[in-house]
Design a protein. Structure first.
Length: 445
């Protein structure tokens, strides 16, 4: 059923055919809006119900209206197949077939689908689901029992479960289908073969193919007419399949992943190298304590040691910091002194005074943004390297300027590493002055 032309013969686009031919048990789709994917999911769900008797198909959509529309696609597909089993029960949420199959279509809510023994689950616009974690936890056993799960959405930034599933962060290997707007032939009619220049101040600026500028999107007549109506974030979300621009992400995926290129990884201390330590103590709730040691000998920092834990006595922080400081010969320790961090700084100073200097850093509305911007620049310039620290990578990808409710301990630790390098130079001079003063006092004693 076409939105303006009514009922027309089905002629699948390439991306629709690819999806329907993919029989993977776990599939994930990153898509533009209005490209016929809901219809494709409806066809796929109907085919499952028809061809596999006693199937239990669960469709979860963003809203009640979307759920009703998706159910209608399933019903239409079944009724147009003369060989399909009869529909013996039909209401706004349920289709039951004479072969024992059932299709249930619901709005995604806290308890949606609970008690329904689904064999095949479809999650539509999952990046916008309000109870994504609870829903996914409830339906994920479907795959473990031999069933299938299909997750579909436009992007909504990176601070959501859908992004983590797309990135493969949760241990499930999904077959991926990425479908930006230009995959849809309807949007490409009349295209003259020219492209935009990526990241240009004018989103319609043509790409000249010269070195240093990246190719952006096709400059089709539809694009030239529609793109000026949207902000960068709205366009990225609605049509361009761009996680970074669609949300409020601070650290670009390209630079976060680039931090692994040339990274030494976690390693023992090396002779002749200089090291700094950064500590972000746990706050309230699920926050963690994060301690990192970096080789700061050169402009490119290398994260060589990392420790983190959720709960534990303060003594664990002090002893871990002292152990690492001794092992690596750490010169400076930067510590988040905000809130309860003040007493921690004092205690830590007394524990490591003969080893390293402790530099407190208080996060505020005026100090936090510049510190994080320096971390952004380090990553973009390839001056922070790390690997084998998955929680740091994850937190960097999910971090937003409005970070209330986010896990940020590893990010703040990484940002504070810059403070250790800034302090180390002049602190070395202070240490030398202190040593000379102590020597003089001993001589006159």
């Amino acid at each position: 059923m076409h939105p303006t032309r009514g009922e027309i013969p089905l002629d699948l686009y390439d991306y629709q055919a690819r999806f329907l031919a993919d029989h993977s048990r776990a599939r994930i789709i990153l898509k533009a809006r209005q490209i016929g994917l809901s219809l494709t999911i409806g066809i796929n769900a109907a085919h499952t119900a028809i061809m596999r008797p006693r199937s239990k198909v669960l469709l979860l959509s963003k809203s009640k209206d979307d759920a009703i529309q998706l159910r209608s696609y399933v019903e239409t597909t079944i009724r147009q197949d003369p060989a399909a089993p009869r529909i013996v029960a039909n209401n706004t949420t349920l289709l039951r077939l004479s072969n024992g199959s059932e299709v249930r279509s619901l709005a995604a809510g806290k308890n949606s689908g609970r008690g329904f023994p689904a064999t095949d689950v479809y999650l539509d616009e999952f990046a916008f689901a309000l109870f994504a974690e609870k829903l996914y936890t409830a339906i994920s056993p479907t795959v473990a029992r031999g069933g299938s799960i299909t997750v579909c959405s436009t992007p909504n930034g990176r601070n959501n479960l859908y992004f983590l599933l797309w990135e493969g962060e949760l241990g499930v290997s999904f077959a991926q289908h990425r479908i930006p707007w230009w995959e849809c032939p309807a949007y490409m009619e009349g295209w003259d073969g020219t492209w935009t220049q990526r990241d240009a101040s004018d989103p319609l600026q043509p790409w000249d193919g010269q070195t240093g500028a990246q190719r952006g999107e096709p400059r089709s007549p539809w694009f030239l007419a529609e793109r000026p109506k949207y902000t960068t974030a709205a366009w990225a979300q609605e049509f361009a399949c761009d996680f970074a621009d669609s949300g409020e992400a601070v650290f670009a995926t390209t630079y976060v992943d680039g931090a692994a290129d040339g990274a030494w990884g976690l390693q023992e201390p090396q002779p002749g190298r200089r090291y700094g330590m950064a500590i972000d103590p746990a706050g309230k709730g699920k926050d963690k304590t994060a301690i990192g040691v970096a080789d700061i000998t050169d402009d490119v920092f290398q994260l060589v040691a990392y420790r983190s834990w959720t709960k534990g006595p303060y003594e664990l922080l002090y002893s871990t910091a002292e152990e690492l400081a001794k092992a690596y010969g750490v010169e400076t320790i930067a510590v988040d002194a905000t809130g309860m961090g003040g007493p921690i700084v004092e205690q830590l100073q007394s524990r490591v005074e003969s080893i390293a200097d402790v530099q407190p850093f208080t996060f505020s509305s005026t100090s936090k943004v510049p510190l994080l911007n320096r971390l952004v620049l380090r990553l973009e310039r390839g001056q922070l390297k790390f690997k084998d620290v998955p929680e740091l990578r994850r937190q960097l990808l999910l971090y937003q300027w409005e970070d209330a409710g986010l896990m940020t301990d590893a990010v703040m630790m990484a940002a504070l590493l810059d403070e250790t390098a800034r302090a180390t130079g002049w602190m070395a001079q202070i240490r030398a002055a202190r040593a000379a003063q102590r020597a003089e006092e001993s001589a006159t004693a």
